[in-house]
Design a protein around this ligand. Structure first.
Ligand SMILES: Nc1ncnc2c1ncn2[C@@H]1O[C@H](COP(=O)(O)OP(=O)(O)OP(=O)(O)O)[C@@H](O)[C@H]1O
Length: 499
């Protein structure tokens, strides 16, 4: 009998036909046989290899997921930094949450080019908060170098809980100012006397000794600290610390060594002012940037309320620093204005605020407009030594521009005249800032752009925009302001410009 086809096939494959049992035995034998690899049995080697493969696959999957998360996180950081256009790169804003009782700044170095890190270390504890990637300009850095500071909230049982700043003892500040010696007095304002002081580490500071009228001093003290205690901007004077002992209240600022703008504009500087046109514009733009930050970069925003030339301090490179926040008001974003007792300085206060007491950032814009006129003309906002028609700077200025005599308003102490284009630009910004309709005044960020933009006000603009432009209508009222015929409306200006 011939074998079945199936049996034939098995015979060809080399298996003894009809012997399933023995073939299974062979497989079992092979699997349990020892391999040359460390004498391990085959099934152990196979098992190990499978485990190894599973582990490797798991590791790869985990790596891929981790990598994806990392990318997502990076994207979030990018998004959020793009989402903060209003905060200047030159600023370090210290949040309350960053400020822990008895913190110690262990590193605080500024450099215009480098990103820096601030480490805030809780004294006596190990934990460290690192705030990285923030830019601190050298100019905005207190006394220009690294320093070590102790932060403390709740200074004393009596002292206010101000949250941030270096606490100084009265003794320390007495030593720094030679016992508040008269020769160290650098100025005197409505709220106190300002002294130059040298701290034990050699750094130079300005110490404002608030008038010893308890409630007023306390108020001024709190307002300044609330307004600028936590921010750093190269165009805002840095408040570095304070002293609250008994009834004494003192504020310690970075020292700004070239005095204030008022002295340079109206003091005896000789026949030619050291403030050239370019320096004046640098001062105007820097001041506008500082104010723009207060208005548009902080929440709640800060309305300074006393923008004037004696509150603009100048450093060695003529960088302006807005100072004196004693009258400042905080304004939450939900509020369009606050109603207050009218405060400020005669000649700079906007008529709408003066008549209604309703305050918002447009009041600062008006004061800035007056300040800019003062910078351009070298005249004080109110000067009783001038003929009646010229005593009030704003009225005189408007009249001059309206009668096409804009070139004549320039400070005669400026030796090299600006180009007509640059002068027109500055005059026009003045007019826009002092618009009687507060809602039509530009924002400080727009003002920065207008002062910096070469094309302003010469770029052609859409007709409809020109028609709705407040200054254009202002120009129409004052009918002869020739250069105002091509006004660029500030509303389309990118805020980021003033950063
Ligand atoms: N950080 C500082 N560095 C250098 N000088 C300063 C500093 N702060 C104030 N001064 C000087 O002290 C003067 C008085 O300052 P302060 O802010 O007390 O008053 P003011 O602005 O002149 O007047 P008021 O407070 O009445 O408006 C300033 O004009 C300035 O010359």
């Amino acid at each position: 009998m011939s074998p079945s086809p199936r049996r034939k096939a098995m015979a060809v494959a080399g298996k003894p036909p009809g012997d399933n049992q023995s073939s299974e035995n062979t497989v079992a034998h092979t699997v349990t046989a020892k391999t040359p690899f460390l004498g391990l049995r085959l099934y152990v080697v196979i098992g190990t290899l499978i485990m190894l493969l599973i582990t490797i696959s798991l590791v790869i999957v985990l790596c891929l997921r981790w990598n994806r998360n990392l990318k997502k996180r990076r994207m979030c950081v990018k998004k959020s930094s793009g989402f903060l256009p209003l905060v200047s790169k030159e600023i370090i804003e210290l949040k309350d949450s960053d400020c822990v009782e008895n913190c110690k700044i262990v590193e605080f170095e500024g450099n215009e080019k480098d990103d820096k890190a601030i480490s805030i270390q809780k004294s006596g504890k190990e934990s460290q908060i690192q705030v990285e990637g923030m830019k601190q300009s050298a100019e905005s850095n207190v006394s220009g170098g690294s320093r070590s500071e102790t932060l403390s909230s709740a200074v004393s049982a009596e002292g206010p809980n101000i949250g941030w700043g270096q606490w100084y003892s009265l003794n320390e500040l007495e030593m720094a100012t030679d016992g508040f010696a008269a020769e160290n007095v650098i100025g005197e304002g409505g709220y106190g006397v300002v002294y130059r002081g040298v701290l034990q580490d050699g750094s130079v500071v300005a110490v404002k000794n608030l008038l010893n009228n308890k409630s007023q001093a306390e108020k001024e003290f709190k307002v300044e600290v609330e307004a600028i205690g936590k921010v750093r901007h190269k165009n805002l004077v840095g408040l570095t610390g304070y002293c609250a002992e008994g009834a004494q209240r003192l504020l310690v600022y970075e020292y700004v060594d070239r005095g204030n703008l008022e002295e340079w504009l109206h003091g005896d500087v000789g026949p030619v002012s050291p403030l050239t046109w370019d320096i004046r514009m640098k001062i105007a733009i820097g001041t506008a940037k500082g104010l723009a930050y207060l208005h548009e970069g902080l929440e709640p925003k800060v309305v300074h309320r006393d923008v004037k030339s004696s509150n603009i301090l100048l450093d060695r490179k003529w960088n302006p620093k807005v100072s004196d926040f004693g009258l400042a008001k905080l304004l939450g974003s939900e509020k369009s204005h606050v109603t207050t007792r009218v405060m400020g300085t005669f000649g700079y206060v906007s008529p709408d605020y003066a008549s209604t007491g309703m305050l918002n950032e447009a009041s600062d814009v008006y004061s800035f407009g007056v300040l800019l006129m003062e910078i351009i003309t070298g005249r004080s906002p109110v000067d009783y030594s001038r003929p009646p028609g010229e005593m009030n700077l704003v009225d005189w200025f408007k009249g001059m521009v309206a009668s096409r005599r804009g070139e004549e308003v320039l400070d005669p102490l400026i030796e090299v005249q600006p180009s007509p284009r640059a002068l027109k630009r500055a005059l026009l910004v003045c007019l826009r800032c002092i618009d009687l309709d507060a809602s039509k005044r530009p924002k400080m960020g727009q003002i920065v752009h207008m002062l910096e933009a070469d094309e302003f006000p010469f770029r052609a603009e859409p007709r409809s925009a020109r028609e709705t432009d407040p200054l254009h209508s202002h120009a129409a009222v004052t009918h002869n302001v020739s250069f105002a015929s091509k006004v660029v409306v500030g509303s389309d200006v990118q805020r980021s410009k003033w950063r």
